[in-house]
Design a protein around this ligand. Structure first.
Ligand code: ATP
Ligand code: MG
Length: 213
């Protein structure tokens, strides 16, 4: 394709992305929340948006099916970042990645006595690194959603998940016991596209950089 393709996901990232794209003079012609279209045009003939799952954004950009994308640091860490240039922290969709356990569970004591813990998470790679660095023995169980349910249903003793207000944890009688890292969304760019389409891509990066608070 001659123009540029931007990979975005629906939901919270999309909402917060619109003002950043607008700063670059890019306005999607449809709202993906209400439209069923997966390829959306913009006010610019040379810019289109593809709507993908949040965790698929790095893959589309890595292979050049999209030139640019916006993805959470959580997703980028799991993907590994191969083939991606990550020029900007957009400071949107901010939250943190944390370890949480049922309110009555003494996590510190379990770690102290070297217990082997079952931990359910969507973030296997990040969780593995975190517990390895701390010397905590874990069996990681991969889930695709609703991590909060796992300790309540007896699937795991702990979870690694994203937390913002803590409301969901509280509603399920879970408490945060470790803050692993702060999370926000990043602009990602295909490394080859940056070279071959620099005259189109660089101004978009610069305009978005200017709009990031
Ligand atoms: P899918 O629904 O396609 O499985 P998802 O559930 O990861 O993907 P979202 O819930 O929209 O999709 O999350 C997209 C991104 O938003 C995450 O990768 C993360 O970076 C960020 N995010 C997730 N939860 C929060 C939160 N509570 N507060 C702020 N940002 C968050
Ligand atoms: Mg979701």
């Amino acid at each position: 394709m001659n123009g540029i393709t931007i990979a975005l996901s629906k939901g919270r990232i999309f909402e917060e992305t619109l003002p950043l794209l607008a700063a670059a003079g890019i306005v999607p012609s449809e709202n993906p929340e209400s439209s069923r279209k997966l390829i959306i045009g913009t006010n610019r003939e040379d810019v289109r948006v593809v709507i993908v799952r949040a965790s698929d954004v790095p893959t589309y950009v890595q292979y050049g099916a999209a030139d640019l994308g916006i993805a959470g640091k959580d997703v980028l860490l799991e993907h590994g970042g191969a083939g991606l240039y990550q020029p900007l922290d957009l400071k949107i969709a901010k939250c943190r990645m944390s370890v949480a356990v049922p309110a009555g569970f003494d996590y510190a004591a379990a770690v102290q006595r070297g217990a082997r813990l079952r931990v359910a998470t969507k973030y296997i790679n990040t969780a593995r690194e975190h517990f390895a660095a701390k010397g905590v023995h874990v069996d990681l169980i991969k889930l695709y959603g609703s991590m909060e349910l796992a300790p309540l249903a007896g699937l795991a003793e702990a979870i690694v998940d994203l937390v913002s207000s803590g409301g969901t944890l509280k509603a399920n009688n879970l408490v945060e016991v470790e803050d692993i890292m702060p999370i926000s969304s990043r602009l990602v760019v295909n490394q080859a596209s940056l070279k071959t389409k620099r005259e189109l891509i660089q101004p978009v990066i610069d305009a978005i950089a200017g709009a990031v608070k």
